[in-house]
Design a protein around this ligand. Sequence first.
Ligand SMILES: [Zn+2]
Ligand SMILES: [Zn+2]
Length: 111
Amino acid sequence: MPDAETFRCIKCRSTVDTLAFGTTQRNHCNRCLWSRHVDNFPGDRKAACGGPMEPLAVFVAPDGEWMLIHRCKSCGVLHENRIAGDDNLMILMAIAARPLANPPVPLEYLP
Ligand SMILES: [Zn+2]
Ligand SMILES: [Zn+2]
């Protein structure tokens, strides 16, 4: 069990605990879900980039757990992350609904 740490959100400036229900290595803000590009692999803190990472999409893992995809605004890398029990559900739902709100073709063209 790693020691509890906090970091300051790069986006909304709130203080975030790295330890939370459902994860041992939280690397994103539980309020706005933004992250920071500090890992090449989860928890290694080896990435030199340090750019802000935008919450881009959610998907459901084979075990039913929701996963969050972040994209680095500086270098464009994509990372997938486990969500934590106290992550902002409204923002997760909004991200999940985004493709439905912006379908690839106008809905009136569908049969
Ligand atoms: Zn934040
Ligand atoms: Zn980056």
